[in-house]
Design a protein around this ligand. Structure first.
Ligand code: CP
Length: 368
């Protein structure tokens, strides 16, 4: 059984397969209208969502399946203290596949570890959002005709923006990708991504403050909102919230084919006046989100039709390093902070510095 917890749970070939299925869905929607007849999707949303939850639900309905679920922790037995592990065991009695969003990082992974049905991470805290990344890849592929050889500007809250983390992981596997990371110092991309993904794979990147200075070199600009709900202090949020506001004037310096993406929701980081610019692609992204989730649901349920249903090997993840339990995760957003029964679990990340990575949220902790 397959789950999608982070973007690396799919190979590049499997992503190509999903993109091909997505294009075919757009051309021949009737072919797919009953593929999931009799199947149920459970949407388990412990945190607010408009696009992800409703696009998953639309995707399953358009495949002829049905949907159950909850849209807030308050309306589920999580409010009574039920664990993620128990919840997914229960949901496995009702549904064939589940999409989970959770404010705590690693929660969908814990669900997958205990689940009798495929689990999809629909966003976990500030960690990962792999189906947004599939959405982004499909959008980029349809607009640019390729996923390689691009300078990609990522702008805004690169610390808490889970869509940014997942997109960096996914694009790091394509040739000729260069990142310009545009953020205030306080909201830079986390070290584990820079060290483990960018540095390890020799992917060129620069970290800058000025969007204006970066603009002329970009082939894509991925804007993100400052993630108010992840800040420990409201004062810090207020100080940083208006760091970037993209305007038509700024776009005068951009390439004529530099598309603007944004996972949405937007607060004020893209002026509404930008929406009429032909390079504004964020509502195209929303459309792609439903289509690619249709393809993903079929894949995880083993229902992709011919001629796209070729057997493709799953990625090989290196889980050979032993799990140790004597450390404590320092991330206040880690699932271990609310699920006391969950064992603290780490794998060695770097022997020289005795650094270990939490298996749930990937936070690096030193063994002193
Ligand atoms: N892009 C995204 O995850 O949007 P929602 O929070 O509305 O699901």
């Amino acid at each position: 059984m397959r789950h999608l917890i982070d973007p690396m749970d799919l190979t590049v070939e499997e992503i190509d397969q999903l993109l091909a299925v997505g294009d075919d869905i757009i051309q021949h929607p009737h072919k797919y209208a009953a593929i999931c007849k009799g199947k149920k999707l459970a949407t388990l949303f412990y945190e607010p969502s408009t696009r992800t939850r409703l696009s998953f639900e639309s995707a399953m309905l358009e495949l002829g399946g049905s949907v159950i679920g909850f849209s807030s922790a308050d309306s589920s037995s999580a409010a009574k203290g039920e664990s993620v592990a128990d919840t997914i065991r229960v949901i496995g009695c009702f549904a064939d596949i589940a999409a989970m969003r959770h404010p705590k990082e690693g929660a969908p992974m814990v669900a997958a570890m205990n689940s009798p049905i495929p689990v999809i991470n629909a966003g976990d805290g500030g960690h990962q959002h792999p189906t947004q990344t599939l959405t982004d890849l499909m959008t980029i592929h349809r607009l640019k005709g390729r996923l390689d050889n691009m300078t990609v500007g990522l702008c805004g809250d690169l610390k808490f923006g889970r869509t940014v983390h997942s997109l960096i992981l996914a694009l790091s596997r394509y040739m000729g990708i260069r990142f310009v990371l545009i953020s205030p110092d306080e909201l830079k991309v986390p070290d584990y991504i820079k060290e483990e993904v960018l540095d390890k794979n020799h992917i060129p990147y620069t970290e800058v403050h000025s969007l204006d200075d970066a603009m002329p070199q970009l082939d894509l600009l991925y804007m993100t909102r400052i993630q108010r709900e992840r800040f420990a202090s409201e004062e810090e949020y207020q100080r940083l919230k208006d760091s970037y506001i993209l305007t038509p004037k700024q776009l005068e310096k951009a390439k004529p084919d530099m598309y603007i993406l944004h996972p949405l929701p937007r607060v004020n980081e893209i002026a509404v006046a930008v929406d009429s610019d032909p390079r504004a692609a964020y509502f195209t992204q929303v459309f792609c989100g439903k289509i690619i989730r249709m393809a993903l649901i079929m894949k995880l349920l083993d229902l992709i039709p011919e001629p796209f249903n070729q057997e493709l090997p799953a990625p090989e993840r290196d889980t050979s390093a032993p799990v140790v339990h004597h450390l404590h995760c320092t991330n206040p957003r880690c699932i271990t902070t609310i699920e006391q029964e969950l064992p603290q679990s780490f794998r060695l990340a770097d022997e020289a510095t005795k650094t270990y990575r939490c298996i749930y949220c990937e936070t690096l902790v030193q063994d002193k």
